[in-house]
Design a protein around this ligand. Sequence first.
Ligand SMILES: NC(=O)C1=CN([C@@H]2O[C@H](COP(=O)(O)OP(=O)(O)OC[C@H]3O[C@@H](n4cnc5c(N)ncnc54)[C@H](OP(=O)(O)O)[C@@H]3O)[C@@H](O)[C@H]2O)C=CC1
Ligand SMILES: CC(=O)N[C@@H](CCC(=O)OP(=O)(O)O)C(=O)O
Length: 325
Amino acid sequence: MLRLLLAHPGVRIGALTANSNAGQKLGSVQPHLLPLAGRVLEPTSAEVLAGHDVVFLALPHGQSAAVAAELGDGTLVIDCGADFRLEDAGEWERFYGSAHAGTWPYGLPELPGGRQALKGSRRIAVPGCYPTAVSLALFPAYGAGLAEPEAVIVAASGTSGAGKAAKPHLLGSEVMGSMSPYGVGGGHRHTPEIVQNLSAAAGEPVTVSFTPTLAPMSRGILATCSAKARPGVTAEGLRAAYEKAFADEPFVHLLPEGQWPATAAVCGANTALVQVALDEAAGRIVVVSAIDNLTKGTAGGAVQSMNIALGLPEELGLPATGVAP
Ligand SMILES: NC(=O)C1=CN([C@@H]2O[C@H](COP(=O)(O)OP(=O)(O)OC[C@H]3O[C@@H](n4cnc5c(N)ncnc54)[C@H](OP(=O)(O)O)[C@@H]3O)[C@@H](O)[C@H]2O)C=CC1
Ligand SMILES: CC(=O)N[C@@H](CCC(=O)OP(=O)(O)O)C(=O)O
């Protein structure tokens, strides 16, 4: 987030706050952020956050509501956590195990009606990284009525998706040279968020089988999504629906036919690459998308949403070109 905000011509960075690192200089925990290296991290309190036009929260799940409640309606609060993403309180409680805090406008502008919901808003819920990759891949097929309402998704994520806390399954020796699934069988908390987005696009309930996997890379998500094609769907009609959906999108690109997305191509960029095919033998639509989980999948999407909410040019300050190789 700070890397992006440092390059944003409309932003001046105010207080930087933390929890266990409060009192440390930012340079001691994030040495790459050189222009801010000497800044001291403050405790996350209402007094410290007061007076800012925009506050980005990037807290563990369940902690945003208390902080947001201290901030007036004049402050744009952008929550990178999950607390305000879901509309269904029952699904929140089932997957997160706590009381539902509420629902804020959802920070995925590319979804139908997405920009409208964000304009002028003073509260924004940034989507989860997998729901970003999957929703961008499948909403055009559902929006155009081309897919049956049962999606199967297998997605690989880099380890930064899990945050920085020490976890045994994220030790370098466990992750290097290996891929492994987790949250299998409908257990991952992003499942209801994906269901919410795809059902809204389809205008009917969509069921989702979602299997996340951990890949030996630090950044990136590659989502392979498929759904049975509705009768009469052709490869040309399918491609036309995707071309139409993304025609004016600054950050979502349908690749030329025959090219497939790769995570390296979007590293550091607020870009989603998408490709679609009709598997005629299987009667299925197959869509692959790639994003950087920390950019389009979190911080970039948050800044893009901020730009829209504040009436700034949507692309301002955001990199669209990946770092390669
Ligand atoms: N990583 C990803 O790909 C994605 C992450 N997100 C969301 O972004 C947010 C941040 O994720 P990420 O950076 O990966 O998480 P990390 O676990 O790496 O970092 C969480 C940060 O929150 C701080 N913190 C913890 N408790 C408190 C508290 N009570 N008050 C103030 N600060 C606190 C910690 O500060 P300290 O170090 O000082 O203790 C820590 O720096 C989360 O809400 C996550 O759900 C969303 C989409 C994708
Ligand atoms: C690799 C990995 O562990 N990824 C995280 C998803 C990170 C993310 O987007 O999620 P939230 O903002 O919802 O926490 C996970 O599966 O829990």
